[in-house]
Design a protein around this ligand. Structure first.
Ligand SMILES: [Zn+2]
Length: 306
């Protein structure tokens, strides 16, 4: 079913690109196309990058993006910003592509995962198996932070998983390369809106402090784990002197864009290249999502995802 879904999504994506890419690309004459990846395959990553290069995009660093958001710099021609959330080990195989095309990129990493090697949600299937009152990761995300953490700590103390986050040496190598920037993605990758004030303070303060000590650099940027944030998060970003923060909100032309609310479009690691390009150009949301809400086409969500 997943393969069929990916196949259909890709065909629809390709049709949308053929029909609408010319007009859709116009929106990027004045706005940065900001995209972020988690753990894409090499073919998917290359497909997205090659499309952007073929369409005349140049790539900017987070420092340049900051200047654009602050109004100190204008967008000059089609411009894209690339970032990665979580610091997946699989990202390392994409580095040659970034270097080949001289593409700057920001990597947002949660400190704890660099130390332990894994992300908390990798233990979620075991938590769910052992605790039938929970049925999904989404349910675990709704728990108060300390409750979710204690369930994960219990399971992770008894189970060893293969490392899926980059280690400290790999992080240092990335940080030393002039094309790449490292930003905080908190300490534990919590759902920040489920944290107590003290827990949240730790996440913003200790992640920045630890990364700065490890890498001997100033950490300027942050990306919100799971995309969740509210005024408490923004106050802590200011208190600990982060310069900018990246959301998972793709609406590129809303009036809320600020240095602590920089938009990004998510590239779905499990989706096909054409589907992701259609999502990136915002034509998927314009044409496919309304269809999914029509009762007659009720089968569409099952077939092509949301
Ligand atoms: Zn994340």
């Amino acid at each position: 079913m997943d393969i069929l879904k990916k196949y259909i999504g890709n065909i629809i994506g390709l049709l949308l690109i053929l029909l609408c890419s010319k007009s859709a690309l116009k929106q990027f004459d004045k706005q940065v196309l900001s995209i972020y990846f988690h753990n894409p395959s090499l073919p998917l990553f290359k497909g997205i990058i090659r499309f952007l290069i073929a369409k005349g995009f140049s790539f900017i660093s987070e420092d340049d993006y900051y200047k654009i958001v602050e109004g100190e710099k204008e967008v000059q021609g089609r411009t894209a910003f690339v970032s990665f959330d979580d610091g997946w080990k699989g990202n390392l195989k994409l580095i040659p592509v970034l270097k080949k095309y001289k593409i700057p990129a920001s990597f947002f990493v949660p400190v704890r995962s660099v130390i332990t090697g894994n992300f908390w949600w990798e233990f979620a299937p075991i938590v769910i198996k052992e605790n039938p009152e929970y049925t999904s990761v989404e349910e675990l995300k709704k728990l108060p932070n300390h409750e979710r953490l204690s369930l994960i700590r219990d399971v992770s103390s008894r189970h060893v998983l293969k490392r899926s986050c980059i280690d400290l040496l790999e992080l240092k190598r990335l940080s030393e390369h002039p094309l790449f920037s490292i930003g905080s993605h908190t300490y534990h990758h919590p759902i920040t809106i489920k944290c107590s004030d003290a827990e949240l303070d730790f996440e913003y303060c200790e992640s920045k402090k630890t990364l700065e000590e490890w890498l001997d650099i100033k950490i300027k940027s942050f990306s919100y784990p799971n995309g969740d944030f509210n005024q408490r998060d923004i106050a802590l970003l200011k208190e600990y002197e982060y310069q900018m923060a990246f959301t998972t909100e793709p609406d590129l032309d809303n009036g809320r864009i600020s240095v602590y609310q920089i938009p990004r479009v998510s590239i779905n690691s499990n989706g096909g290249t054409y589907e992701n390009i259609a999502r990136m150009l915002r034509v998927w949301h314009k044409f496919v999502q309304p269809l999914q809400q029509k009762p007659l086409l009720g089968i569409m969500p099952t077939l092509i995802g949301s």
